[in-house]
Ligand binder design. Sequence first.
Ligand code: ADP
Ligand code: MG
Length: 685
Amino acid sequence: MTTPLKISAATLTKLAKLGIRHRADLLLHLPLRYEDETELVSLADVEPGETVQVQGVITHNEVLYKPRKILVCRLQDKEDELYLRFLNFYPSQIKLLAVGRQVRAIGEARIGYFGLEMVHPKCRAVSDKTQLATSLTPVYPTTAGLSQLTLKKLIANALEVLNPADPLPEKFRHNLNLPGFFDSIRLLHNPTTDIAACTLADKSHAAWRRIKFDELLAQQLSMRVHHKERSRRIAPALPPQGHYTDSLLKILPFSLTKAQQKVYAEISADLARPHPMQRLLLGDVGSGKTIVAALAALQAIENGYQVALMAPTEILAEQHYLKLTEWLSPLGIVPVWLSGSLKKKDKRVAAELIASGETWLAIGTHALFQEQITFHKLGLAIVDEQHKFGVQQRLALHAKGKQPVAPDEKSSEPHQLMMSATPIPRTLAMSYYADLDVSVIDELPPGRTPVITKLVSDTRREEVFERVRAACMTGAQAYWVCPLIDESEVLQLQNAQETFELLTDTFPDLRVGLVHGKMESAEKVRTMSAFKAGELQLLVATTVIEVGVDVPNASLMVIDHAERMGLAQLHQLRGRVGRGSAQSLCILLYHKPLSELARTRLKVIFENTDGFVIAQQDLQLRGPGELLGARQSGVAMLRFADIEADEDLLEHAREVADELLSDYPDAARTYLHRWMANKHDYLHV
Ligand code: ADP
Ligand code: MG
């Protein structure tokens, strides 16, 4: 009988960094990849580009300074030679590779400066008797100071002392043709030589499929449990009363589209229930989400509750503030404005209005959800462009959401409405967003003319200048969006400033304005209002205008260095035009040479206008991590499964999750415990 290995405190700390807190977690710490040490390739047969294991005698060992310290050794096998190069190395490595030593090296061979070489190969000293490995060697994800060897020992021990039962009822295993859990785990830690290495590398092997299925199933279960758990929590029931909402609909200069009516009906029904709503309102740029938010707000206010509307940037929040003031003040509801850049005194005044309940509607940036702000009776929190918020802000909002809506209602919490113009592709909706209810506005208001998109090389910049001038001369307005500059906000501002000066000089007859993120907010607001009022004809901007800015008369958009921007960003920026009845044009200026990725992105944005299709392409190009944005670190990311490639497993996991919850609650619990135990705190922010 094997006994569990004792693990030192230092090692425990390192394991915790890898998310390993219990011995059983070691079982699921699966290899990142495998190395093939079962074969030796003679140097004469090595092809550049291949990862191989070779063996020979060290004939040269030298530390060079060119200009950084590097270790260069030469390995000889019969008539042939191979150079081993190390940019970072320890004294022990110099010793290991001493001249005369017999060494086995594994790495990718390539043609380098001296000829055939390997950079940072894995080396070990051997004798003529050293045997070859009989199975592929797993390589584990690890952290500084924790060696592969230590991990291997701990995992091997866990495999011996633990013998977990398979939580998946036989019926499903049989129907889905999946191998047993423990057999799969064991195989992935110690694959036998008869397994095709490629099925391990691309995770198509049945054992990998079983593990990926379990992971997806656990994710589905946790999402469902969270969703259900909400119906046990209490929120104020805010049924439609009709007096404010009807009045607003009467004074609006347009009538709601069918899609807007449908989503408002869904939201309205949620608000009427005594459980917290958590609904995501999706609608492409320009589809008219703001009016839906306004109606939801009025429904809460009609019931005597306060509403908070939060936007990720000052420009956008300000715009909502102006729009809602215009719509709601005829009804006697005057919103209050709150942002981080308000003067201390004004902030205090706003905070008091919110705390006393004198104000019904507070609009602002995430400052709304800072500690000092308490609501008298918050019934509904609306978050615009929710994917733009960082994790910290979501945590703050979540904490605020948990506060009782009013001092005398201890257990009740507000409803939440999140809005986003970034559509969720199907597989994302089925996995990471499965805990939310989703409403979709799937049509644009009538009378819009589709934007024409042109790709123009920046060697033709002068022509674009002329185009901008011509458009402005006919009464149109234009945006000039300055490039993103990686990791340097300073350079970005400098570039915006320079572009502004250049365009001001080039067009002495045009009124040109500038907005960027670091501007004082009063000035930012002044410039935006001037542009909105038509006093400025051309607005030079950084990507701060990316979200939500709404100036219907603007019909020309130039995006400089469009090749540096992501798809979602390009789509959002382009959505700033085409909001009026005039034909709009979006010019994407690009700078050659284009990377493969940039070329693909520009092609996608040129060929598509449907935000849904663009998001789908984005998911394929970038993977879910980036698309999820703020949600990424909030939701347990999948370690093994890939929702796109494993869509079939995801579908099955969805079905099995339902049955497990209703018929096999113990199995469901085991899954949640095994896969989610360490993630719970972060799961739902
Ligand atoms: P988004 O969904 O991108 O937030 P907005 O709410 O800013 O879109 O709406 C875009 C523009 O369309 C605004 O000027 C808004 O007033 C207008 N709008 C919204 N709904 C309608 C409608 N049903 N008919 C006509 N115009 C509308
Ligand atoms: Mg909007």
